[in-house]
Design a binder for this molecule. Structure first.
Ligand code: GDP
Ligand code: ZN
Length: 319
C-alpha cells in the first residue's frame, strides 16, 4: 500500500523516508523522478513523497513514486558541479526542500561576533523568502545586557533574537526553551560556523541526542570542499531540524548585485525614492539611502555591510 512520508536523509541515490506512523524506509527513486535532472535537484531532505513498499528477500524497502510540489527550497551552488561547469554557470543544489525557518546561530563571544557575516545570512534568507530567527548563543560569556546591545540593531529591524546559554544556572538558559517553542511543528535549518555552540544547543533541546561537542571535522580543518549533506534531526513528532555543517556562507550565492538592496530591510523601502532608478546607493546624487544614512535613520554598520557585499557580488559575477 502506498504511503506518504518525509525524506529525512539523502545519500548516494538512496533516501530515508519517515512515515507518519514512525516507520522508516530506505528508498530508491522511480527513474522518471530523476530523469534529466541532477539528482541533488530532484529529491532532497524535506521533500514530501509518496512511497510504494517493495519486498526484497524479506526486507521491506521502498520506491519513491511521487514528490509533492515544493513550497520553497534552500539551495546553493554545488562547488563540484560548479568546477566542472562553465565559468559563471549556476548549478543549483537543493540542500533542504520546504524549510519553514532559518535559525542562524552566532556566539556572543568565542568565536567573536561578526555582524557582517550575520548580514550575509540574513540576505540569503530574505532572497529565498525564508523566515529567519537569530540565536545569540553563549550569552553567559558577555552577560545578558551586553548581548542585547550587540544584537539590538537586528531586533530594531524586526528580526527575532533569542539569547541562549547552555549553562543551566544562567538566566539565558531559558532561551533554550524559547527556541524549542519556536521550532515546534516546523522544519528548521540550523546554521552557524563551527564552535558557536550548535551541537551544545541541539543536545540541550533534545536530551539523549548526544551530539559530540567541540569537534571540528577533519574536512573543515583542511578547508576541503566536501559536500556535507544535511540530515534531519527529529525534535518531536512534528518538528525537524536540518543540521547543515557544510553550508557556511551559502547565503548570498545566487543574489545579483542589483537586487541586494531589496534584502536589507531598512534599505528596501527607500529605493523607490532615489532619483535614479538604477541607483546603487553608493555615490549617486539624490540617493534616498545616503540621505537616510546622513540623517541617522539607518545604521552606518549595516550600510557599510551593504556596500561591501554589493562590491563582493559584483566581483563574483566577473568570474
Ligand atoms: P558547534 O561547533 O557549533 O557544534 O559548537 P559546540 O556545541 O561543539 O561548542 C563549541 C564550544 O563552545 C564547546 O567547547 C562548548 O562547550 C562551548 N559552548 C557551547 N555552548 C556554550 C554556552 O552556552 N556557553 C559557554 N560558555 N560555552 C558554550
Ligand atoms: Zn540610492
Amino acid at each position: 500500500m502506498e504511503r506518504n512520508g518525509l525524506v529525512i536523509k539523502a545519500q548516494s541515490g538512496f533516501f530515508t523516508v519517515y512515515c507518519e506512523d514512525g516507520s522508516r524506509f530506505v528508498c530508491a527513486a522511480a527513474g522518471r523522478l530523476t530523469k534529466g535532472k541532477h539528482e541533488e535537484d530532484a529529491l532532497a531532505v524535506g521533500d514530501r513523497v509518496t512511497v510504494e513498499p517493495v519486498q526484497s528477500g524479506g526486507v521491506v524497502t521502498g520506491r519513491i513514486i511521487a514528490v509533492a510540489p515544493r513550497q520553497r527550497t534552500l539551495s546553493r551552488i554545488d562547488p563540484v558541479y560548479h568546477a566542472r561547469g562553465k565559468p559563471g554557470q549556476m548549478v543549483r543544489q537543493v540542500l533542504v526542500a520546504n524549510p519553514d525557518l532559518a535559525v542562524f546561530v552566532f556566539a556572543c563571544a568565542e568565536p567573536e561576533f561578526h555582524p557582517r557575516m550575520l548580514d550575509r545570512y540574513l540576505v540569503g534568507a530574505e532572497a529565498q523568502k525564508l523566515p529567519a530567527l537569530i540565536v545569540a548563543s553563549k550569552t553567559d560569556l558577555v552577560g545578558c545586557e551586553a548581548a542585547r546591545q550587540m544584537f539590538a540593531i537586528y531586533e530594531q529591524l524586526g528580526y527575532e533574537v533569542i539569547y541562549t546559554s547552555v549553562l543551566p544556572d544562567h538566566p539565558a538558559f531559558a532561551g533554550v526553551r524559547a527556541l524549542y517553542d519556536r521550532l515546534r511543528g516546523k522544519l528548521s535549518v540550523l546554521t552557524g560556523k563551527s564552535g558557536v555552540g550548535k551541537s551544545s544547543l541541539l543536545n540541550a533541546l533534545k536530551p539523549g541526542l548526544d551530539k559530540e561537542v567541540g569537534r571540528i571535522s577533519e574536512a573543515c580543518k583542511k578547508g576541503k570542499h566536501t559536500t556535507v549533506v544535511p540530515e534531519l534531526i527529529q525534535l518531536d513528532a512534528q518538528s525537524w531540524i536540518a543540521d547543515t555543517p557544510g553550508i557556511r556562507g551559502y547565503a548570498v550565492w545566487d543574489v545579483q548585485p542589483e537586487e541586494l538592496d531589496a534584502y536589507y530591510r531598512e534599505i528596501a523601502p527607500l529605493v523607490s525614492q532615489c532619483e535614479f532608478s538604477d541607483c546603487t546607493h553608493t555615490h549617486e546624487p539624490g540617493c534616498a539611502v545616503i540621505r537616510a544614512l546622513h540623517e541617522g535613520r539607518i545604521s552606518p554598520a549595516r550600510y557599510e555591510s551593504y556596500v561591501r557585499l554589493r562590491e563582493e557580488l559584483s566581483q563574483q559575477r566577473r568570474w
